[in-house]
Design a protein around this ligand. Structure first.
Ligand code: 4AD
Ligand code: MG
Length: 433
């Protein structure tokens, strides 16, 4: 039997008879010759079935093949007569694994977004959706690689928690046996803060949940977050680490995923410009700038979605918006000693209108101040006792940040709505499939 190989490795096997396993996603030809568009997950290729070169039985199978039928195909790899670095398969044998008997629901024509989301389990097979998932995987691995190289240890934070991390209005709540209420984690941050006292620097990477009723192109109810936290790192250094990470991820994608970026028709020029240092702006200055552009935002307010869009369309590199009014940010953020009305925080906004991809800050490390904040935010002190303990036993200045994987993937892929960047999106009006 011919050796089984992946389509991506065709270039190393020109002239050899090999076997591929995959799906037929399109077919042209008739009578004397068929061109089968084949994919195996790693790449796509064209299989050529010539009537004069194969048995009647094999040609009949080519004739019978329908869209998305699964196949094992044996053939000889040849160079494409016209295109550089393109290979074809001169088909010798066809083994139909499953012949699709119904019309495949996702045809070549344009479908509405609701139809595609309803058929997400099938839509994932299309070239663009495959490209997004492949790039998402590259981004995940690049994040791990960068953090491991920089002495961060992966610490898995729990998903079922007794307390809120971010706003209490966005919590998914459930009854937890005899223990009262439990909540789905909004971020593993508080737990990895505990772990820095053990390993110094650490990160988590997992699904998080927000019950917020936002219907924007940037919000999901379930998404993946990487939280990183480091002991003895203050506000400035926290931003440097983020710049380093984002630059590394983009370099990795540009170095290894050009095919997929091409499939997505992503203009890569803006990505090539992403280099440290990124822009830095205080919230105060950003508000001034936004107001000059026509926004009605005030100095006391958080940036709205529209504000982030118009601001980031102006710049060709990410912007750190620093020092938000403490009132609009989470309870755990340390305040700026020079101006206690603002937090020592920064959100990283991606260019081209993408907006916030990272939220980070220095953390309050003083026991009494933190306790006061917990009271100010009307949070249940009991549930945060363990978190307060961290400020009792060897408290240190420390900082961290959280990346939304779908936001980062959406920006790098140039995808408008982040629901396409997660395999099975959960939004306020979708839980199927
Ligand atoms: O800004 P957020 O809410 O920050 C935190 O949760 C911190 N505890 C993180 C930390 O400091 N360790 O969320 C972090 C990031 C955002 O910048 C955004 O990229 C993403 O998570 N994000 C969402 N992504 C998709 N859908 C949502 N509803 C999101 N909410 C936040
Ligand atoms: Mg945020």
């Amino acid at each position: 039997m011919a050796t089984k190989i992946f389509i991506k490795d065709f270039k190393d096997h020109v002239g050899e008879e090999i076997l591929i396993e995959g799906w037929m996603f399109n077919k042209r030809g008739s009578g004397k010759i068929y061109f089968l568009e084949l994919r195996d997950g790693t790449d796509i290729t064209q299989g050529i079935v010539v009537k004069a070169d194969v048995s009647e039985e094999i040609f009949a199978k080519a004739e019978a093949l329908t869209m998305e039928s699964s196949v094992r195909i044996t053939g000889v790899i040849s160079k494409h007569p016209k295109f550089e670095n393109t290979y074809e398969l001169q088909v010798k044998d066809i083994d139909i694994v499953q012949l699709v008997k119904e019309d495949y629901p996702i045809a070549k024509k344009e479908h509405g977004i609701d139809f595609l989301l309803e058929n997400r389990h099938l839509w994932l097979r299309s070239p663009k959706q495959r490209a997004i998932q492949v790039i998402r995987n590259t981004i995940i691995n690049a994040i791990y690689e960068y953090l491991n190289k920089n002495n961060y240890i992966k610490i898995d934070a729990p998903i079922l928690t007794p307390n809120a991390c971010e706003g209490t209005t966005e919590l998914f709540e459930m009854e937890y046996f005899d223990e009262g209420k439990a909540y789905l984690s909004q971020s593993g941050q508080l737990y990895i803060e505990a772990a820095i006292f053990s390993v110094g620097r650490c990160f988590d990477f997992g699904p998080v949940f927000r019950a917020e009723k936002s219907k924007t192109r940037r919000h999901l109810t379930e998404f993946w977050m990487m939280d990183a936290e480091a002991a003895f790192v203050e506000h400035e250094e926290n931003m440097k680490i983020q710049e380093g990470l984002v630059c590394f991820v983009i370099e990795k994608v540009l170095a290894t995923r050009m095919e997929e970026l091409k499939t997505l028709e992503r203009d890569i020029e803006p990505l090539k410009k992403i280099q440290a240092p990124f822009f830095r702006k205080t919230h105060y200055d950003a508000v001034e700038e936004l107001r000059a552009m026509g926004s009605t935002i005030s100095h006391e307010q958080d940036l709205g979605a529209e504000d982030e869009t118009i601001l980031t369309q102006k710049y060709d590199k990410p912007i750190f918006i620093e020092k938000y009014p403490a009132e609009v940010k989470a309870f755990y953020m340390k305040r700026d000693p020079k101006d206690p009305s603002v937090a020592l925080c920064a959100d990283m906004l991606a260019p081209e209108g993408y907006g916030e991809v990272i939220g980070g800050s220095q953390r309050e490390d003083d026991y009494d101040v933190l306790l006061q904040r917990i009271h100010d935010h009307k949070l249940p002190e009991k549930a945060f006792e363990w978190y307060l303990d961290l400020r009792k036993y060897g408290s240190v200045p420390h900082s961290g940040f959280g990346i939304g994987l779908e936001r980062l993937t959406g920006w790098i892929c140039g995808i408008h709505h982040i629901r396409e960047t997660i395999p099975f999106p959960r939004t306020i009006n979708r839980i199927y499939p």
